[in-house]
Design a protein. Structure first.
Length: 311
């Protein structure tokens, strides 16, 4: 086993439980902190659910998820941990209070990575006396199935910390990208926010239904995006001329489309429209049932493309 044998998960929500399953699958010890009475039972149930998928993806380095402990004190959970993944609710007062609690209990060379999806590293560093151990380590849900982790450090981060964090993530099966500068929402969330804004604009302006807009994504460009990113795909879209030829051919078209993209804010009326259409479209399936379908599809796609993937 490589470095970071002892890990901790702070916050046993959906993201934290998924991280716990992945860390356990890598053969590591996992200490879980959460204040909810139901946290241990929920986490153990989630791990049992996730284990077959982790096996199918070849991510299991151990026979059973046995090296896990549960704690009602965050300081107690981190005292032996070399790598800590923080996934408490996305509110600065909660995160800063947590960081203030754990900082005196951390090992000298411990690394703390935050799963924060919207908060920035600099905002969270204000909760520390010495923020040199903290990095951004933002996953995509569910972390045990989606490989991406967005990593960021700044001038207050100790030298070598981000490289060690990236090495740890790779060892548990993740694919990392490193942000060059700080922006709210990082990279992937901004991309999906841009897509969803236009999806909602198409619905609100009567171009298509929620179901048809979703279908346009998963049955169309979504299949290509699972294979390669948008710029690489457009590089291939003009034949031998590559991206230069593509830009020459389609500059006017894209500028016209960009000029016509919708600008809107999600409000109560639009939320109700989405809710009403979604209730009609899901056909009585529960979120849990739909999540299981999603996870099965993700596993199947990961297995299918894994042998061809270049990182």
């Amino acid at each position: 086993m490589s470095d970071f044998q002892n890990t901790a998960i702070l916050g046993a929500g959906v993201i934290g439980m998924s991280w716990a399953a992945l860390f356990l699958a890598s053969g590591r010890n996992v200490a879980v902190f959460d204040t909810a009475e139901t946290a241990e039972a929920a986490t153990r149930s989630y791990i049992d659910m996730a284990w077959p998928a982790l096996r199918d993806l070849g991510l299991l380095k151990t026979d059973s998820p046995c090296h896990i402990t549960f704690h009602r004190s965050a300081a107690d959970a981190v005292k032996d941990a070399e790598f800590i993944q923080e996934s408490v609710p996305e509110r600065l007062p909660i995160k800063r209070a947590l960081f203030a609690e754990i900082e005196p209990a951390l090992k000298t060379d411990a690394i703390v990575a935050s799963s924060a999806s919207g908060l920035t590293l600099s905002e969270m560093q204000a909760g520390w006396s010495d923020p040199s151990k903290l990095v951004l380590g933002h996953p995509f849900n569910p972390p045990h199935l989606i490989p991406l982790v967005e990593v960021f450090a700044n001038s207050l981060t100790k030298d070598g910390v981000i490289e060690k964090a990236e090495s740890f993530y790779r060892d548990v099966g993740k694919i990392t990208i490193r942000l060059r500068r700080e922006v709210p929402g990082h990279v992937a969330n901004r991309l999906q926010a841009a897509l969803w804004r236009e999806a909602l604009h198409l619905v609100k302006s009567g171009v298509a239904s929620v179901k048809d807009v979703d279908t346009a994504v998963w049955a169309g460009p979504g299949l290509r995006w699972a294979a390669m990113g948008p710029t690489m795909l457009f590089h291939l879209g003009a034949g031998a001329g590559g991206i230069s030829s593509f830009c020459e051919r389609y500059t006017d078209s894209f500028n016209r489309w960009w000029d016509d993209l919708g600008r809107l804010h999600l409000d109560g009326a639009l939320a109700k429209q989405l809710s009403d259409e979604m209730a009609r479209d899901v056909g009585g399936e529960s979120p849990a049932e739909l999540s299981a379908e999603r996870d099965a599809l993700i596993v199947a796609m990961q297995k299918a493309i894994g042998q061809f993937r270049r990182v």
